[in-house]
Design a protein around this ligand. Sequence first.
Ligand SMILES: [Fe+2]
Length: 255
Amino acid sequence: MIIEKIESASSLSKILLPEEPKRVLEKLTEKKSIFILKSLFPKEELLKFRRSLHQWGQSTDQNNPEVKFGAANFHRYDDDPPKAAIKRRMHMYNFFPWNDPLLEERKFLQPIIQLQKEITGLNPDFCSTGVSDGYVCASRVSHYPRGGGYYGRHVDPVELEKCSIIIMMSTRGKDFQTGGLYIDSLTGERIDIEGELECGDVIVFNQAMAHGVAPIDPDATLDWSAESGRWMMFTTFSALSTYQGNFSSGAAKPI
Ligand SMILES: [Fe+2]
């Protein structure tokens, strides 16, 4: 597995790739490369956004609305919910493009949505209002608390999205000490990719490779109200039917 680190991908309006998007997609499809765009977003801005989002989560009730066009943004605690296909312990914040921005999330999300469309070859207008061809564009911040926050090993569908693009909002060694994102390569080698990442970086990888979040500081006392732990942000284009209980296709699967 080659971990390609790109040191200067940031620009004011657009993410700059070192190669043609088509070549990046080829490398991703071959499952031989993982791309890390170093320091793409200013750490201080992400931490400020993270603090505000955490405060919003602490001061409002969790919710679990049916996801359909017009659904409200919401946050929810998942601690091994019985219905979840993939086991997890996390606090998730969900944003939909048809709502007004909650905070400054779009400053970070818009560039990676644009990047995903470039890499995958999706039309720039796809899901621009939130829904296209039965797919819904949804963004999520995931907070894995110290005291065992985790996400089970799984694969995500690549038919449409082709890859995961994740913004790191925390740094191992500062916000927590152990655990984090791992990716299993084709040869079965487990790559502790979290050790290559810090707040402000963006990782791009083929989500058909099994991956997950190893428990975050499992020996620490779990405190859902603490801001410490592992944070990340990403956008998905998922079949609306997967939100409505049809997991026969197009949904993430445990592995
Ligand atoms: Fe995933």
